[in-house]
Design a protein around this ligand. Structure first.
Ligand SMILES: [Zn+2]
Length: 262
C-alpha cells in the first residue's frame, strides 16, 4: 500500500512503541462514512482539499478496532470493535455505508494476559465483542471500565483524572456521549492520547468545528476536540484515533495529522 492509499483504507494491524510499552492497533472491521451526512457542516470544499481521504465510492473510511497497550506492569485493551456482524449500505444509517466487524477473532492470542478492558464510550462499534462474547478468551471476566456518567453497574465507572494503573489516566472528553473518556498513557514522559470518537477523521485536525451527526452534546464535543488538539500539540505526544483510516497513530503539526509508520 502506498502512503497515499493509507488515508482511505481501513487500518491494518500496526504496532508502535512508547518508552517500555508496546501499543498495537488490532483491526476488527470498517465503516463507510458519507462525508456530507456524517459531518453536520456540509462543506464540499473541505473535502476537495483532501481528496486522498475519500474512497472511489465517495466515502470516508472509518476503521473499527481495539488498542492493546502492553507494558511490563499491566496490559489493557481499549474498546472492543463491532463484533462478528455486517450491515449493508441499505441496512445502515443514512450517513453511513457498509459496516463490518469480526476481525478481532484473528487476534485472540494477544488477549491472554489482559488485566482490564477500557471503553472510550459504549456505542456498538466499540462494545461489539464485549457483548457478542470474546472468542476463545476470558475477557468477559476481566474488569470493564468506562466513564462514570455512562458506565453500567457491572462496570467500574472512571472519573476525570483517575489513575487506573501507574501511567494510565482517564480524561473526560464529553460530547460524543455524556461519559466519553479518553485515556492517556505516559511511559517515562513519552505520551499517547487515545481520544476515541473526539475525532472520527483526520480532517477534524484542520477543521475542528466539524461534528459528526451522532454527537450527544455538540458544543461539548467541540470543546473536547479543542482540548484534545491542544494536548496533542505538545512535543512528544502521540495520538491514537480509533476510527482514523489506516493512519490510526500520528502526531499533529501545522493543523494536520502526520501518521506514524507502525
Ligand atoms: Zn465510534
Amino acid at each position: 500500500m502506498t502512503a497515499r492509499e493509507r488515508w482511505a483504507a481501513s487500518a491494518v494491524h500496526r504496532t508502535i512503541t512508547l518508552g517500555d510499552a508496546e501499543i498495537s492497533y488490532l483491526p476488527d472491521g470498517r465503516v463507510e462514512l458519507a462525508p456530507q451526512g456524517w459531518f453536520t457542516l456540509p462543506d464540499l470544499v473541505a473535502f476537495d482539499s483532501v481528496p486522498e481521504l475519500l474512497t472511489p465510492s465517495g466515502y470516508l473510511t472509518g476503521s473499527i478496532g481495539s488498542l492493546l497497550i502492553r507494558t511490563p506492569d499491566w496490559v489493557v485493551l481499549i474498546d472492543a470493535g463491532y463484533g462478528p456482524r455486517k450491515l449493508s449500505r441499505e441496512q445502515s444509517h443514512p450517513s453511513l455505508g457498509e459496516l463490518t466487524g469480526g476481525g478481532l477473532a484473528d487476534h485472540t492470542e494477544a488477549f491472554a494476559d489482559v488485566d482490564a478492558v477500557l471503553f472510550t464510550h459504549l456505542h456498538d462499534d466499540h462494545t461489539g465483542w464485549a457483548m457478542a462474547g470474546w472468542p476463545g478468551t476470558s475477557l468477559t471476566e476481566r474488569p470493564h471500565l468506562a466513564g462514570v456518567l455512562e458506565a453500567p453497574s457491572s462496570f467500574h465507572g472512571v472519573s476525570d483524572g483517575e489513575q487506573i494503573f501507574p501511567g494510565l489516566t482517564a480524561l473526560a472528553s464529553p460530547g460524543h456521549t455524556r461519559g466519553h473518556t479518553s485515556y492517556l498513557i505516559d511511559r517515562g514522559g513519552e505520551q499517547l492520547l487515545v481520544f476515541g470518537d473526539a475525532m472520527h477523521s483526520p480532517i477534524q485536525v484542520a477543521r475542528p468545528e466539524l461534528n459528526s451527526c451522532f454527537e450527544a452534546d455538540p458544543s461539548s464535543s467541540v470543546k473536547s476536540r479543542a482540548q484534545t488538539l491542544e494536548y496533542l500539540s505538545q512535543p512528544g505526544v502521540v495520538g491514537a484515533g480509533v476510527h482514523f483510516a489506516d493512519v490510526v497513530f500520528g502526531t499533529t503539526a501545522d493543523n494536520a495529522w502526520h501518521p506514524l509508520d507502525g
